[in-house]
Design a protein around this ligand. Structure first.
Ligand code: GDP
Length: 524
């Protein structure tokens, strides 16, 4: 069959990515500048206002308002130079959740922001690992060059050492802080000159070719640049496009998001270098994005974005073929067909309806309780699965119950739905059938409590547990093997698989020593 040229063209135009960073590195600022460049917002400050009191998309996002953080991920699409760019927002606060991890499974590349003064920070490290484990291409933006930070060479060294990835500086800064004069683009062999008014706005972006650089930046800075570039050329890594696309080398860009400096040229390089949607493994072999038949998977379910409707939205990443509103699709898990009548696209906090989507795009599907995280949807009866999304090993645990016994029914309904959404992991204790929650970030507890109260009318009593590690096992007779130990707790997950919760590393080691034949896994 002749390939659908239109489909191929649309796929090649897509760039779907997420930004990873430690809080305050400048994710919101960079996102906003990118949206501005794409004409998706008319003035900057729009995205920012999500952090202020203006944001009122739904009532449970009260938590966002109160804490000034973005709890939920949204999807933003804009076009730039004949490309369609999807930014999947990930919560940027310290206390992150499984949502963040799962969002990273739905992108084709990531942009990692590093604060020039702080270098590689804790959360960046964690998020980086999730991406590099999957071989996702990683683009680095070293931000806040308008302030005094660390030496660029030192930052590169830190990226290589701490994260274990080769770096290749795409541009090189001329000075820093008060003396920041611009960057030298190593591929275009030209400088972008930095000039601001009131430290807020970049006024002029001059592209000066090699011959005239010295005239513009002066003798001293020129000889330093010459020296540093020579050093990079001789002793630094060589540029390897393949390695970049396999996530083995990270191209590094220096800039200043707040003044927009370096952002346009970053985006230009990014759309050229970042891969379009590629093939994915499925239960029936590799699925290419230009396979005619539509397919995609649900990586996130979010409830009640609109309090007037009390609905849920399943976020579907399109992986192959074309999504069309109203089309028939089969849910792999149940093999039932359904009409995909509502396709919602997300832009910042607004929702709009979409009729057509291509691989790389994210579609929000109205979900009356049909979908589960990790579900695959196919455009034909001959379904396949993109596999279960990995469950992440929770690090915090608590016993929960409804404060009022009369609310049992609502309590169980809430627990069931919220665990299907992936908001929390739910277990029951082997001994008394008590409900235990497991989360990756403490904030998930807070959101859980809030939603149980506002969506299910149940007030929750929490008793936090001292356990820190969850280990799945399929070993026989696990009840007797765990009996009598005070620093572990045996629970069962929602698939009735036994999970041992350990209080600390010592307890974990002690158990392993005593039961060398018991296999323990970090996730299901
Ligand atoms: P997020 O928490 O990663 O989303 O970070 P924000 O984008 O909210 O930025 C955190 C703070 O750093 C804010 O006060 C920004 O104004 C500031 N900021 C962001 N980018 C820059 C930059 O390039 N230079 C300077 N000097 N400040 C910046």
């Amino acid at each position: 069959m002749e390939k659908d040229k239109r489909l191929e063209t649309e796929i090649n135009k897509r760039r779907t990515f997420a930004i990873i960073s430690h809080p305050d590195a400048g994710k919101t600022t960079l996102t906003e500048k990118l949206l501005y460049l794409g004409g998706a917002i008319r003035s900057t400050g729009t995205v920012k206002s999500r952090k202020s009191a203006k944001f009122a998309t739904s009532d449970w996002m009260e938590i966002e308002k109160q804490r000034g953080i973005s709890v939920t991920s949204s999807v933003m699409q804009f076009s730039y130079q004949d490309h369609y760019i999807n930014i999947l927002d990930t919560p940027g606060h310290e206390d992150f959740s499984e949502d963040t991890y799962r969002t990273l499974l739905a992108v084709d590349s990531v942009v990692m922001i590093i604060d020039a003064a702080k270098g590689v920070e804790a959360q960046t490290k964690k998020l980086f690992k999730v991406c590099s484990d999957q071989g996702i291409p990683i683009f680095t933006f070293v931000n806040k060059m308008d302030r005094n930070g660390r030496e660029p060479l030192e930052l590169l060294e830190e990226i290589e050492e701490v994260l274990g990835i080769e770096s290749y500086p795409m541009n090189w800064p001329l000075g820093m802080g008060q003396n920041f004069k611009g960057v030298y683009d190593r591929q275009l062999e030209q400088i972008e000159f930095y000039e601001t008014k009131d430290k807020e706005q970049m006024l002029k972006l001059e592209k000066i070719n090699n011959l005239n650089i010295e005239k513009v930046i002066g003798k001293e800075m020129f000889s330093q640049l010459h020296e540093e570039i020579s050093l990079l050329n001789e002793a630094g890594n060589t540029y390897k496009k393949d390695a970049i696309q396999q996530g083995k080398q990270t191209p590094v860009f220096f800039g200043s998001a707040i003044t927009s400096f370096g952002v346009p040229s970053f985006l230009d390089h990014f759309i050229r270098l970042a891969p379009p949607p590629s093939s994915r493994e499925s239960s029936k072999g590799i699925v290419k994005p230009d396979k005619e038949i539509f397919s995609g998977f649900v990586f996130k379910i979010q409830a009640n974005m609109n309090p007037a409707h009390r609905d849920r939205i399943a976020f579907l990443r399109v992986c192959s073929g074309k999504f069309e509103k109203g089309m028939e699709a089969w849910l792999e898990r149940t093999n039932k067909s359904m009409k995909l009548s509502q396709g919602q696209q997300f832009f910042a906090s607004e929702r709009g309806n979409i009729d057509i989507a291509y691989p790389g795009d994210i579609v929000g599907l109205y979900d009356p309780g049909t979908y589960q995280i990790g579900d695959t949807l196919c455009g034909s009866k001959d379904t396949f699965s993109y596999g279960d999304l990995p469950q992440f090993s929770p690090e915090h645990f608590a016993k929960v119950r409804a404060k009022k016994a009369l609310k049992q029914k609502h309590f169980h309904k809430g627990i069931k739905q919220l665990s299907e959404e992936g908001a929390v992991q739910v277990y029951r204790t082997a001994k008394w059938d008590e409900t235990v929650l497991g989360v990756v970030g403490m904030l998930q507890f807070e959101i859980f409590e809030y939603r149980m109260k506002h969506e299910y009318g149940v007030e929750i009593q929490f008793d936090s547990l001292p356990h820190q590690y969850a280990r799945w096992t399929s070993s026989e007779d696990i009840e007797s093997k765990t009996k009598g130990s005070s620093n572990l707790l045996l629970v069962y997950d929602q698939n009735e698989l036994p999970v041992i919760l350990f209080e600390n590393n010592f307890a974990l080691r002690w158990f392993k020593d005593k039961n060398p034949d018991v296999q323990l896994r970090e996730s299901r």
